[in-house]
Ligand binder design. Structure first.
Ligand SMILES: [Zn+2]
Ligand SMILES: [Zn+2]
Length: 284
């Protein structure tokens, strides 16, 4: 009896070591059989051995800080590095090139003014007569001979600039003008995008216009009166207006408005100088 028990003991031990040795996938615990998947055990061990030694890539405006090996992310992308918007271009990110928003809105758009004058088309220019405001004279205004050129005898060339010129003609040829005269008018240049008159440089007789984000400080205006007077009962005023502007610049606007020396304010906005009949020619 004793021997049998001992043998039994040996027998049990032998079976146990055999189980471990051959990696059997069945272990007996009590009366339950628990299955163990050998491959699963191996995988878990592998994972702990290959923890990523992150190689961090700095955040940019395109991507957050991230590991170049495993792709793990930390934090958020950076803000864009934006250029200032101007009248031609929206803000652009200097790093990734993304365009953000819109170009600045042109002042003429803000004012709801249109540059509606076409070349060689006659528009009414109705103003009170000179002797009595009881009567009006129905003048006519025309823009013609629009030209873009580098230079001519009277207009000096400058690198990065070009000249844009147009002729405006105002005629009073009705009886009221002949009998009672015409009240004041004045030619007026302004800008579709932004009134540049405050940039006037007295010493150089120049203006500054920002175009595509660059300040052009050598903008010039030049006016030549071609006609100004009565001839055969018809009064004609004719001006050749020339502007030296950055190459490709399309913002200069020319018009003639009513003029009253008592109420005229040079610094008043264009909306105060123009009225609903004013026609604007844009040199574009
Ligand atoms: Zn990593
Ligand atoms: Zn960016």
């Amino acid at each position: 009896m004793k021997n049998t028990k001992w043998l039994c003991g040996i027998g049990t031990l032998a079976v146990c070591s055999m189980l471990v040795g051959c990696g059997s996938n069945e272990v007996t615990t009590g009366s339950e059989n628990v299955a163990i998947d050998e491959t699963e055990i191996v995988e878990i061990v592998d994972d702990t051995e290959t923890v990523c030694e992150h190689e961090w890539v700095d955040a940019s405006c395109v991507e957050p800080k991230h590991c170049g090996v495993c792709g793990e992310i930390e934090g958020e992308p950076l803000e864009h590095t934006l250029t200032e918007a101007n009248y031609q271009q929206a803000s652009v990110c200097e790093v990734c090139g993304e365009i953000v928003g819109e170009p600045l809105q042109a002042e003429f758009k803000n004012y709801n003014l249109e540059c509606n004058a076409e070349l060689d088309t006659t528009y009414p220019f109705v103003i009170p007569c000179y002797d009595t405001s009881e009567y009006e004279t129905a003048g006519k205004i025309t823009f013609s001979d629009y030209d873009v050129f580098e230079s001519d005898e009277a207009h000096e060339a400058l690198d990065g600039y070009e000249w844009r010129a147009v002729t405006v003609t105002l005629v009073f040829d009705d009886e009221n003008a002949y009998n009672y005269g015409y009240s004041g008018f004045t030619p007026l240049s302004t800008d579709y995008y932004h009134n540049y008159s405050e940039t006037y440089n007295e010493n150089e007789d120049t203006y500054t216009i920002n175009y595509n984000g660059t300040d052009y400080t050598d903008v010039k205006e030049d006016g030549e009166t071609l006609q100004n007077g009565w001839n055969n009962d018809i009064y004609t005023y004719q001006l050749r207006a020339s502007f030296r502007v950055p190459k490709g610049y399309d913002g200069i606007v020319l018009t003639i408005v009513r003029y009253n020396s008592e109420t005229w304010d040079d610094n008043a906005p264009i909306t105060d100088k123009a009225d609903e009949d004013t026609v604007f020619f844009r040199l574009k």
